[in-house]
Ligand binder design. Structure first.
Ligand SMILES: Cc1cc2nc3c(=O)[nH]c(=O)nc-3n(C[C@H](O)[C@H](O)[C@H](O)COP(=O)(O)OP(=O)(O)OC[C@H]3O[C@@H](n4cnc5c(N)ncnc54)[C@H](O)[C@@H]3O)c2cc1C
Length: 270
C-alpha cells in the first residue's frame, strides 16, 4: 500500500530535529523506517511529518571507554554493531543484532529505533534490561538518563516523551551474558525470548514477548532451579495468539530463561 502524503524534514543537527519535533505534535522521528514505514503503510500510524535522523552523525557510532563501558549512538544500525570492534567488548550485542530478521533490515534498522518502538517481540528490549543499559533522552527540558528497566512503559510506549529523542545507550562492562529465543522460522519474529547477565554474584534475566514490557527477574543464582523458581514466582500471563497459547509461552519462558542464564553463567566463568 502507498504511504499517505506526509511532510518530510532532514535536519542537519540534533538541535534542529528537536525544534521541529517540538513545533509539531504530529511529527515523528524516522530512524531506519523498518517499523515506522510499515505501520504507516498499514495505516496503523499516520504522522503529519517525518523528521529523518539519518543525517545526524552525532547520533551514530560505538565508543568504548577504558573501563569497558560502551556508548552506542541511537542511530547506529544493527550491521554497524555487528561489525564494530568496540562493541565486541560486550559480545552478546553483536550476536543478538546478527539474529534480527535479514540483512536488509539489519542494514537499515537502528538500536534506537528498536527500543523506541518497543514492540514486545523485538530482540533488544530484554537484552537492554538484562545488561543494565542506561538510556539518554534529550528534549527541550534538557538531558536525562533512564535505566532500561524503567524505559519500557507499554506496547509501543517508552519513557521518550513528545518532542524528545533517545540519543544514546550506555552499556556497562561485562561479558557474562546469554540470550535464547524461539522464533517463527529461522531469524523470524520471537515467540518468546530471554536475555541474561551475570555480574559478580548478581543474576539478571529479562523475558520478552510475555508482557507489554520485558519482565525482569533476579534469581538467587543462575542455577536452573533458581531461575525456574523466579519465572514461576513472576506469575506470567502472556497472551495467546495464532503462534502460541499462553500456557506454551509460559513454558517457553522457563525453558529460555534457564538456557540464557546458563549461557551467561558459563561466559561469566561461574
Ligand atoms: C521484515 C521485518 C522483520 C523484522 N524482524 C524483527 C525481529 O525479529 N526482531 C526485532 O527486534 N526487530 C525486527 N524487526 C523490526 C526492526 O528491527 C526495526 O528496525 C526496529 O523495530 C525499528 O528500528 P528502526 O531504526 O527501523 O526505527 P523506525 O522504524 O524508524 O522507528 C520506530 C519508532 O521509534 C521511533 N524512534 C526511532 N528512533 C528514535 C529516537 N532516536 N528517538 C526517539 N524515537 C525514535 C520512531 O519515531 C518510531 O516511532 C523487523 C522488521 C522487518 C521489516
Amino acid at each position: 500500500m502507498l504511504l499517505r502524503e506526509v511532510d518530510y524534514a532532514k535536519p542537519a543537527s540534533v538541535a534542529d530535529a528537536l525544534a521541529i519535533l517540538a513545533a509539531n505534535d504530529g511529527a515523528r522521528a524516522l530512524a531506519g523506517g523498518q517499523t515506522l514505514v510499515n505501520v504507516m503503510k498499514a495505516r496503523a500510524a499516520s504522522p503529519d511529518a517525518l523528521v529523518d535522523l539519518n543525517g545526524l552523525d552525532e547520533l551514530k557510532g560505538v565508543e568504548l571507554a577504558a573501563d569497558g563501558t560502551l556508548t552506542i549512538g541511537a542511530m547506529t544500525t544493527y550491521s554497524e554493531i555487528v561489525a564494530s570492534a568496540e562493541a565486541k567488548a560486550r559480545p552478546i550485542l553483536g550476536e543478538v543484532c546478527a539474529m534480527i530478521a535479514d540483512v536488509q533490515v539489519r542494514n537499515r534498522g537502528t538500536i534506537g529505533g528498536n527500543v523506541c518502538s518497543n514492540d514486545p517481540t523485538n530482540h533488544l528490549p530484554p537484552l537492554m534490561v538484562a545488561t543494565g543499559a542506561r538510556m539518554t533522552i534529550l528534549g527541550a527540558a534538557g538531558e536525562r538518563e533512564v535505566p532500561a528497566s524503567e524505559f519500557f512503559l507499554g506496547v509501543y510506549l517508552t519513557a521518550v516523551g513528545p518532542g524528545e529523542l533517545l540519543t544514546k545507550i550506555t552499556i556497562p562492562a561485562g561479558r557474562g551474558d546469554g540470550f535464547a529465543a524461539v522464533t517463527l522460522g529461522v531469524d523470524g519474529t520471537c515467540i518468546v525470548n530471554a536475555a541474561a547477565s551475570v555480574t559478580g554474584g548478581a543474576v539478571r534475566v529479562a523475558v520478552g514477548c510475555v508482557d507489554a514490557t520485558p519482565v525482569l527477574l533476579e534469581p538467587a543464582s543462575a542455577e536452573a532451579d533458581a531461575v525456574s523458581e523466579a519465572v514461576s514466582a513472576a506469575n506470567l500471563m502472556p497472551p495467546s495468539d495464532v503462534h502460541a497459547s499462553s500456557e506454551y509461552r509460559v513454558h517457553l519462558a522457563e525453558v529460555l530463561a534457564v538456557r540464557a542464564a546458563a549461557e551467561a553463567a558459563e561466559r561469566a566463568g561461574g
